[in-house]
Design a protein around this ligand. Structure first.
Ligand code: PGA
Length: 261
């Protein structure tokens, strides 16, 4: 696992965008795994800026989102499909038919199986963007999720429901179920790129990077991934014990790359 601690949330977005743009420059029809939540918004804004400056194109790219609520329609303001359209897809040249978000409305159990099959049929995910929950969840794989799980329906924890309640008005239906890629699905991505910002994520980041591999911290499954990159700002990285080592590794890696050029 490569752990990169940068100064600010904006630096996280910039570096995250570098990884995506580098992939698309080598493979214009790459399959991107995308995430919702507050964290990737700055990343998407940066990608939109780069697209406007003609530094990246998404015309041939495909995307699969991690998850979607069960029981709210794509047009709902809080659906993850709506979020993706608004935060990214409407502002770049990706073809909407190539963008996929699980369908939580009609037969979600079948939709989950179909989603997994669709990812496989697309040749798998080249780069999966991830956020992390305060409880260590990735996608909606809450603590105790099987580390080998595939796309399926999950019951959200009361904590996650509380964290997300800020997006729903008091009298509105708030889903308690979601379709989510499984941890096994995420581990199959060729590269995993986890981004985290802010002090509220510091415990989860420490547990995922330096704690034991455990279903109690689903993100710790990335310790098994051969190509996982974790980019955090200072606040989210504040509880990492081996902080200095990660900086040192980054400096050495940069030197190695310069030396090989
Ligand atoms: P956040 O959510 O980016 O809104 O903090 C991350 C997550 O819960 O996976």
């Amino acid at each position: 696992m490569q752990v990169i601690v940068v100064d600010t949330a904006q630096d996280v977005a910039m570096l995250g965008a570098d990884h995506i743009c580098r992939l698309l420059s080598k493979k214009d029809n790459a399959v991107l795994g995308l995430a919702t939540g507050s964290t990737p918004i700055a990343l998407y804004q940066e990608l939109i800026e780069r697209y406007r400056r003609k530094e990246v194109m998404f015309r041939s790219a495909h995307s699969f989102n991690l998850d979607e609520y069960v029981g709210i329609a794509a047009e709902h303001l809080q659906s993850y499909r709506f979020f993706m359209n608004q935060q990214l897809f409407e502002h770049i040249d990706i073809q909407l038919k190539n963008t996929h978000v699980p369908d939580g409305m009609i037969d979600p159990i079948q939709a989950a199986d179909d989603y997994e099959a669709l990812i496989n049929a697309a040749g798998g995910i080249d780069l999966q963007v991830l956020g992390i929950g305060r409880n260590g969840h990735i996608g909606f794989n809450e603590p105790s999720s099987s580390l080998g799980s595939l796309t399926r329906i999950k019951t959200l924890t009361p904590d996650t429901i509380r964290d997300n309640s800020r997006f729903f008005s008091a009298d509105e239906f708030q889903p308690r179920l979601a379709i989510t890629m499984g941890i096994g699905t995420i581990l199959r991505a060729k590269k995993a790129l986890l981004l985290a910002t802010g002090a509220s994520k510091a415990d989860a980041i420490q547990a995922m990077v330096e704690g034991p591999l455990s279903a109690s911290c689903p993100a710790s499954a990335l310790q098994l991934h051969a190509n996982a990159v974790v980019i955090v700002d200072k606040e989210a990285g504040a509880k990492l014990v081996n902080h200095e080592y990660y900086h040192w590794v980054r400096a050495e890696t940069d030197q190695l790359i310069v030396g090989l050029k």
